[in-house]
Design a binder for this molecule. Structure first.
Ligand SMILES: [Zn+2]
Ligand SMILES: [Zn+2]
Ligand SMILES: [Zn+2]
Length: 259
């Protein structure tokens, strides 16, 4: 199994439109981007997407991806599904779209005009198989949106990968238990809690410094979750422009992990 982090940015992406903060200026100067959230999972010669970023076209061109065999959608926020539209005239066959029933209702209703989506409902905690891998959706906490993390198991290599694009630090024990002991945790770190921000950001960080706006983790919250889950490796994503470069666990667009 091989994972590629196609997009490691928050819903606005970095550089942020209209912003001239130090980070955005540096990204402009260096031609860098944090595009919106998407992860490519490759196994047995098949390409599975976890979420479909609005930047999908750019991500596919950048990574030389030519086709996709299945998509898993975690929740119905724009930055996680709008890339489905970019697959028009890229995908010619029926494309399985996996997700929880309510999530599929919201996303597929919006894309009812697309010819290729085939709906595959996945109930929370009930594993389903794609490309020789086992996927399980686990509820996380990202109010008000019904949102899931994804647990991927590869029995052939005894590997467990846990991904969550959007969650706050604390969610139900059942989900926590299902996510325990991953070889790799991919999780959101929206903002650092220990640097200077504008009021909008600072006022939304929880008193314990672990959560942002009750729906995302801070960098420190994500480290705390990784520690609690006993994750062997960590890739922090969904990062905003409020970070400078001094955060070692932040992943970058195009980072890959092979198991
Ligand atoms: Zn998001
Ligand atoms: Zn900025
Ligand atoms: Zn979201």
């Amino acid at each position: 199994m091989r994972l590629t982090l196609l997009g490691t940015g928050d819903s606005a992406g970095v550089p942020h439109i209209g912003c001239d903060c130090e980070t955005c200026r540096r990204y402009h100067e260096e031609g860098r981007h944090r595009t919106r959230f998407s992860v490519l999972v490759e196994n047995n010669g098949e390409n599975i997407l976890i979420d479909a970023s609005p930047d999908l076209r750019f991500q596919f061109l950048r990574e030389g991806i030519e086709d996709v065999d299945a998509v898993v959608i975690t929740h119905a926020h724009y930055d996680h599904y709008a890339g489905l539209g970019s697959l028009y005239r890229v995908v010619w066959d029926a494309l399985p779209i996996y997700g929880a029933p309510n999530v599929l209702d919201a996303v597929l209703n919006e894309y009812a005009y697309l010819p290729f989506p085939r709906r595959f409902e996945a109930e929370p905690f009930e594993p389903f198989g794609v490309a020789g891998l086992e996927f399980t959706l686990v509820p996380v906490h990202h109010p008000p949106m019904e949102t899931y993390g994804v647990v991927i198991r590869d029995e052939s290599t005894d590997t467990k990968v846990v991904l969550s694009g959007d969650t706050s630090r604390f969610f139900d024990d059942d989900s926590f238990e299902a996510m325990r002991n991953p070889d790799l945790l991919v999780a959101d770190a929206f903002v650092p809690s220990d640097t200077t921000h504008n009021r909008f950001v600072a006022d939304r960080i929880s008193d314990d410094g672990l959560e942002f706006a009750d729906k995302h983790m801070t960098y420190e919250g994500a480290l705390d979750l990784a520690d609690a889950l006993d994750a062997d490796d960590l890739a922090l994503v969904h990062a905003s422009h409020y970070f400078d470069d001094d955060y070692d666990e932040l992943a970058d667009d195009g980072d890959t992990y092979v198991f």
